[in-house]
Design a binder for this molecule. Sequence first.
Ligand SMILES: [Zn+2]
Ligand SMILES: [Zn+2]
Length: 334
Amino acid sequence: MKKYLLMIGLILMLPARGYAAPTENVVVTIAPLYSLVQGVIGDTGEADLLLKGNVSPHTFQLKPSQVAKLQKAKIVFYIGKGMEVFLVRALETLPDSVTQVSMMDQPEMTILEIREGGEWEHHDHSAHNHGEEEHRDHSADDHDEEAHHDHDEHDHHGHEHEEMGDSHIWLDPANAIVMVKAITKELSKAYPENRAQYKENALEMISKIEASDKEANAVLEPVKDKPYVVFHDAYQYFENYYGLSAVGSIVVEPGDAASAKRIATLRKKIAETGAICVFREPQFSDKLSRLVTEETTAKLGTVDPIGAELAPGPDMYPQLLKQVALELVTCLND
Ligand SMILES: [Zn+2]
Ligand SMILES: [Zn+2]
């Protein structure tokens, strides 16, 4: 009897957990994706986030410790090779034991083409800094020169992105739900004991996204036809989903320079369209955004596509949707 009571005592002392195995060695690149992954993992474990704080995936570089973490990972979740350019080389060196999951490769993902031409101009080829390591060896590639302009004298920076589409896919809440489903499928393969728990967590995550989507939509309602200019072209999915009226971006990719001619074109566009705001981004200098708004009636606003100020975790993605909506409205509706 005493032994029996002791047994019960020991069982009661075990931490209560609704899962069979801890989820371990899951690496995620950017915070919005991390939010979705962690939402599915729930309290079965904790994924590792590579890009913490106010850093852009466009300019990020892996530390050796992070490469080591990737080597030991069971699953790596990332957006796509056009987004996490810093990851491309590391992914090639990973052992077969690491499952690499690209969100861009999910069949149900909505992928929009990279916008080019006019005020969505492809990178400025005259002022552009070519010859970055990751963009070498493109000279033999067979590109559609007609669709472009004056490519003969430089490397084909950015063309990998063009072939794969616009990789800022996460600001479409329908895409986020596709991601949650893909994440659930992959995690369930890696940790089948937790399948039921992941599924339950995924359903909860999806309902949070849907609730936040409705709120964002309501917030945006009064500004949907108000024209504005963004810093870099990161918001096509958000605009497309909510029916917003962006009229241009200052640069296609951060790091691209903007020529005096382009600044003049954008100022003209602002005047012609009556653009109310030009949005800077906290990850980059606001010099260009300020320059573009000079001599125009447009105001300077701030919008952050990756939500660097938000605490990483399951609630972050739903918060990000609302935050982007509020950031736009704060300037446009003022
Ligand atoms: Zn080009
Ligand atoms: Zn971007």
